[in-house]
Design a binder for this molecule. Structure first.
Ligand SMILES: *Cc1c(COP(=O)(O)O)cnc(C)c1O
Length: 948
């Protein structure tokens, strides 16, 4: 055995531990365990056909070499992506810090106050700069944020508009091409009719319910939309403005122009280009849309002691509650990137942001003056950072520019645009002038200072203040900034503290070697729209990852474009839809979904224009095959698809899965497999083997991309050969099949930069290491099950009594005593643990998934904590209790008064191991209902939310 094998670092249990665990489970070998777990008819015969695993050292030099094939040119391409400077203090303390990047979506608010505060800062940045009162804590990218706005306004149409069938949505020519393309994808299944045109001459009428405009326009012109919006409003038409967030520091805000929704990317706030992502998109609107707004909103509330506390607000809008009636399918968003963008604003403050925006604007002006002097025509009268220039020959210019390692945006044979960014210097401007002069056979010259450095008319200049809250004034020295970040970091539980056994979420190791390439400039500084020959490293890596995923799923082709699992669901269903259409089966629109499915499944089906028919779950937790057959036959003329999670959301390899997929195919449907549980399959079975046609994978679960506190994620779809032609495209860089559907995400390859993590994960494990990981995940789950089942009821198991990679522990029997599953979730915090998944897929239960990366010791600590809690439940008599008062804060435990029925030690150090690494919750139990009644979603003074 090579001791430098990465698999030894990735897996928790060592050899001795494995045999002890097998003993506890009561099997003789891992083979016997797997034989008992996975039905034999779906087992793979051969090991995965992947290249041999690389050691960490070998991988490091491989990825360095591959990265050198990406060319780091100066990018003035713009189109929604700009070079920027990530402050080193943020890079080192957040971006490269596992305490930030390995944490989970802040559902357990008490152990998430740090990132909740960071997200509240982010929302404040957005509401301040857009002028709108309510912002969410990020969406996936600008294009999908625009689509969400189009759909939100669609759902919020007045009863008059609904009655009159107002279904037109005006799309201005000013819009970015990738945004336009996503609007096409997303409007069609819902019956929204897009009308493209020029906002200066479009004739709006009562058939329209909304419009979208870009500000500044895609090639740089700054239009004043005020009177257009005013006129539209007289016809009840609502307006979305897609705005460059940085430009708003010196431009009049969308709200001041009358916009109803503002969307855009916050990439310019210090986030690396990363060949297209991940970046956080923003979404802001008026408070009146608070029940319609997509995505997560962070809000202020109080805890059990009436102290200020934060949590995710208005969750009843979301798909995990509302399912097919949800406001969107957004689950994973872009939390880590939103945190970083918010911190960029904290570090620079309002003055700093204004300075950066002005600096960019004045360099653009210097260039504009120089063009005038050269005699070249610049078409944008009013601009922020982008100039549109007439040239005599773009081919010649392009050749000259690329020789100088410079990229412009080439619009047509005679027109280019140049977007100035935060990193641009005066000597860069001189280089641009040189290139243009050379290409046009003109004399170049040295620039002088700019006499007029403002090209924004008075009525469009920003006069309203922003970032006035003290958080944007206090942390401008690096010392203070570092300490602020650390202070927030210590409030949260991440994988750097203890295991996070969230069922369905697969919180495994995110290895440092997998993360390192993200910090290399030859990977993180590439614009998504550079010519293919400048991104050879990326193209090779992405092709490699596609091939790896094809092999793992047994499918023929992969699209890496969807940037979350739910986006993958939507993409997969749209591919199925296109397939049916191409067979003249466009009427097929019924989507069967088992009752136990994740909430994103029905939400995505509705977005894809499908009608959801729910199928029953049997007593044993499996799909009720008779019910499924009956419904498939009943709908056989219109059956489009089945969405099925495998192994099931109950953590079981259902043995009838092949029969289930056969039934669907026999009735004309396609099988969509939700791959969130792929961690139980890799190397042992695969979606093709069970009879599926398409699946999404959550690279941020199974394939080691960290959760980032709720994003980024990547949700590629893998398809059988008959669906490959339909994989999604991009309007700028061609991707996908020959009959490609329109874009799903803004960037051609979605969040390409973090694909490096999954690529390296697979490279360093190889076929056998991946399989060993799956086996170990199943071992760990069954070991934990063996330890817990003496104390708790475990819901569901496979035919032979084994779990797959996760299990459901039932707490419903304690309800009669007055103990809720939430009490257990909160009490685990006192033991230093993040709760497992609460009440999904069964209310009143916890779903536990230890993953392969945890060792026996850690699993034992977790089991000991749950067993001790069982003891506490047994002693509960309805009175004062550690369970009901959990979590316990330091302030509570060190107060002079202590009048509880248990000791302080029982509260804080109930087991010996806790004191070695004590985690202190910073707030007591948060009050969700209070916060929803008094909605505050930005950094406001304390008086705003304490009830008088
Ligand atoms: C996580 C998950 C999803 C959604 O993935 P996101 O990346 O959060 O959009 C869908 N289905 C299941 C079963 C999941 O666990």
């Amino acid at each position: 055995m090579r001791t430098d094998s990465f698999v030894l670092r990735h897996l928790g249990p060592g050899q001795n531990e494995v045999s002890e665990m097998l003993d506890t489970i009561g099997v003789n070998s891992l083979d016997e365990l797997i034989y008992n777990t996975i039905p034999s008819d779906i087992r793979l015969k051969n090991v995965l056909n992947l290249p041999e695993a690389m050691s960490e050292n070998e991988f490091a030099s491989h990825i360095q070499k591959l990265g050198n094939k990406n060319k780091q040119f100066k990018s003035y391409i713009g189109l929604g992506y700009h070079p920027t400077t990530l402050p080193a203090v943020i890079q080192r303390n957040i971006f490269e810090n596992p305490s930030w990047y390995t944490s989970y979506t802040p559902y357990q608010a008490e152990i998430s106050q740090g990132r909740l505060e960071a997200l509240l800062n982010y929302q404040t940045v957005i509401t301040d700069l857009t002028g709108l009162s309510l912002a969410n804590s990020s969406l996936l990218d600008e294009g999908t944020a625009a689509a969400e706005a189009m759909i939100m306004l669609w759902n919020a149409r007045s009863s008059n508009q609904k009655k009159n069938g107002a279904n037109k949505f005006f799309v201005s020519d000013t819009l970015l091409p990738q945004t336009k393309d996503i609007l096409i994808t997303r409007s069609e299944p819902l019956g929204i009719e897009l009308v493209h045109g020029n906002h200066t001459d479009v004739l709006l009428n009562e058939d329209f319910y909304g419009c979208i405009l870009q500000y500044p326009a895609k090639d740089g012109m700054v239009f004043d939309y005020t009177s257009f919006i005013e006129k539209a409003h007289t016809m009840e038409i609502n307006i979305v403005v897609a705005a460059d967030i940085l430009s708003l520091a010196i431009l009049k805000s969308p709200a001041e122009m009358g916009a109803d929704v503002a969307v855009g990317t916050t990439q310019r706030f210090g986030i690396p280009l990363g060949f297209g992502g991940p970046h956080a998109a923003y979404f802001a609107t008026h408070e009146k849309y608070k029940r319609h707004i997509p995505g997560r909103i962070i809000g202020v509330t109080v805890d059990a002691d009436n102290n200020r506390a934060l949590r995710m607000a208005l969750q009843t809008r979301e798909q995990h509650i509302k399912r097919e009636r949800a406001t969107s399918n957004i689950c994973t968003a872009q939390v880590l990137l939103a945190v970083m963008a918010g911190m960029y604003a904290v570090y620079h403050g309002g003055e700093g942001i204004k300075y950066i925006a002005r600096q960019i604007h004045s360099l653009a002006n210097i260039l504009d003056q120089a063009l005038l002097k050269l005699g070249l025509e610049q078409e944008n009268k009013d601009f922020f950072d982008t100039l549109k220039i007439k040239v005599s020959n773009t081919d010649k210019l392009k050749t000259l520019a690329e020789e100088q390692e410079v990229n412009f945006n080439y619009i047509d044979e005679k027109t280019i645009s140049i977007s100035i960014n935060e990193t641009t210097t005066e000597s860069d401007i001189e280089q641009i002038i040189d290139i243009l002069a050379h290409s046009e056979n003109l004399y170049s010259f040295k620039i002088t200072d700019c006499p007029v450095c403002l090209s924004i008319p008075k009525e469009l200049q920003r006069t309203s203040p922003f970032l006035t809250h003290e958080v944007f004034k206090k942390y401008h020295s690096e010392t203070e900034m570092m300490r602020y970040i650390k202070r927030l970091e210590r409030k949260d539980i991440s994988l750097a503290d203890s295991m996070i056994s969230l069922g369905s979420c697969t919180m495994k190791l995110n290895a440092a070697t997998e993360m390192l390439p993200l910090s290399m400039s030859n990977w993180n500084s590439i614009h998504p729209f550079v010519p293919v020959n400048q991104a050879q490293g990326y193209h090779e890596m992405l092709k490699g990852l596609e091939a790896q995923l094809n092999e793992i799923t047994g499918f023929a082709a992969t699209s890496l474009q969807p940037n979350s699992g739910a986006q993958g669901e939507y993409a997969g269903l749209m591919v199925i839809r296109a397939f049916h259409k191409s067979n003249n089966d466009g009427h097929r629109n019924i989507c069967l979904i088992p009752a136990s499915a994740h909430g994103t499944n029905p939400a995505s089906a509705v977005m894809a224009g499908m009608k959801v028919v729910v199928t029953k779950t049997s007593e044993t937790g499996n799909i009720d095959v008779d019910d499924l057959r009956e419904k498939a036959i009943l709908h056989k003329d219109n059956l489009a698809a089945l969405m099925v999670t495998y192994p099931s959301t109950h953590g079981v390899f259902e043995s009838e899965i092949r029969e289930i997929t056969r039934i669907i195919h026999n009735n004309g449907g396609q099988v969509y497999m939700d791959g969130a549980n792929m961690n139980a399959q890799v190397g042992l079975t695969n979606p093709a083997k069970i009879g599926a046609d398409v699946c999404h994978l959550n690279l941020h679960k199974t394939f080691a991309i960290p959760h980032g506190g709720g994003g980024p994620g990547v949700g590629p779809i893998c398809v059988a050969s008959h669906l490959a032609d339909f994989l999604p495209s991009n309007p700028v860089i061609k991707t996908g099949g020959i009959k490609a559907i329109n874009a799903i995400s803004a960037a051609p390859f979605g969040s390409a930069m973090v694909d490096l993590i999954s690529y390296s994960y697979i490279k360093m494990l190889g076929g056998s290491g991946l399989t060993e990981s799956t086996v170990t995940a199943i071992l760990n789950a069954n070991y934990l099950k063996s330890r817990l089942e003496k104390h708790y009821k475990i819901l569901y198991a496979g035919e032979k009594g084994f779990a797959a990679h996760e299990m459901i522990v039932d707490f419903r029997e304690f309800k009669a005593k007055g103990i809720e599953v939430t009490d257990i979730a909160k009490r685990l915090m006192d033991y230093g643990f993040h709760a497992p998944t609460v009440s999904f897929p069964v209310a009143g239960t916890l779903m536990i998934e230890p993953t392969e990366s945890e060792n026996k010791q850690e699993i034992d600590r977790f089991a000991d904590a749950l067993i001790q809690i069982k003891n506490e439940i047994d002693h509960y008599d309805g009175g004062d209790s550690v369970l009901k008062n959990a979590p316990h804060t330091q302030a509570m435990l060190t107060a002079d008064d202590w009048e509880h029925a248990y000791t302080r030690k029982e509260a804080a150090f109930a087991l010996d191991f806790v004191s070695e690494n004590k985690y202190w919750p910073r707030v007591r139990r948060v009050n969700d209902a209070y916060g929803d009644r008094h909605l505050v979603c930005s950094c406001n003074p304390i008086e705003d939310y304490i009830e008088q």
